[in-house]
Design a binder for this molecule. Structure first.
Ligand SMILES: [Zn+2]
Length: 202
């Protein structure tokens, strides 16, 4: 695979447009992000985008914070309260648990929300850590793909990104904290898995 990608990178530098299409076709079935290193722009340009609607574009998302699976386009809602609710006045929903799985990377998610305590936890159990650019091309627009790939570049977790739906910004799942809207996310690494603590911090 690595040899093939080197070959492709070399071709990309000198090929005509028709040749690019031929090369892209050959490798498209198993094009994997972590294999292509510095060539983000080439793959964005030469693999056709077939997404009718981009999952992370536009306005009017019902929640502020999501975890986005780059392989499936699934958006996992991390908000603890409905938009406009007033948690300080006791307006919160019920405790909830949900589960997610990405068969490409074999990563699974467990999301537990305890609105009463104004907190939630996401456990990210990682598998092969693979990102398929071909799949992304059928789920997101090229601008979002570029931003997502640049965000996860050189990060351990590439198959999920944290998404600020109002600010249209992406953040890597990496050690540290980030404030998005009314929520503070604290990411911790623990023996191969990641844990994201979500706290209401308005
Ligand atoms: Zn987009």
């Amino acid at each position: 695979m690595e040899e093939l990608m080197e070959m492709v990178a070399t071709y990309m530098g000198s090929a005509t447009k028709d040749e690019y299409e031929e090369i892209a076709k050959t490798i498209r079935h198993d094009l994997v992000f972590s294999e292509y290193g510095q060539e983000i722009e080439n793959y964005i340009r030469y693999i056709p985008n077939t997404a009718d609607i981009c999952r992370t574009c536009g306005e009017g998302f019902p929640s502020q914070v999501y975890l986005v699976c780059t392989n499936t386009g699934e958006l996992y809602d991390l908000d603890l309260f409905e938009k406009g609710a007033n948690p300080d006045a006791g307006e919160y929903g019920y405790m909830s648990m949900s589960f997610g799985y990405d068969e490409v990377s074999q990563t699974s998610l467990h999301i537990t929300k305890t609105p009463e305590n104004k907190e939630g936890t996401v456990t990210v159990q990682r598998g092969r850590g693979i990102v398929s650019v071909q799949r992304m091309k059928s789920l997101f627009c090229d601008d979002c793909i570029r931003e997502m790939l640049e965000t996860v570049e050189n990060q351990l977790v590439e198959e999920f990104v944290i998404f600020d739906a109002e600010g249209q910004k992406f953040y890597a799942v990496d050690d540290g904290s980030v404030q998005i809207g009314d929520y503070e996310l604290q990411v911790e690494y623990d023996e191969g898995d990641y844990e994201i603590e979500v706290r209401y911090a308005k």
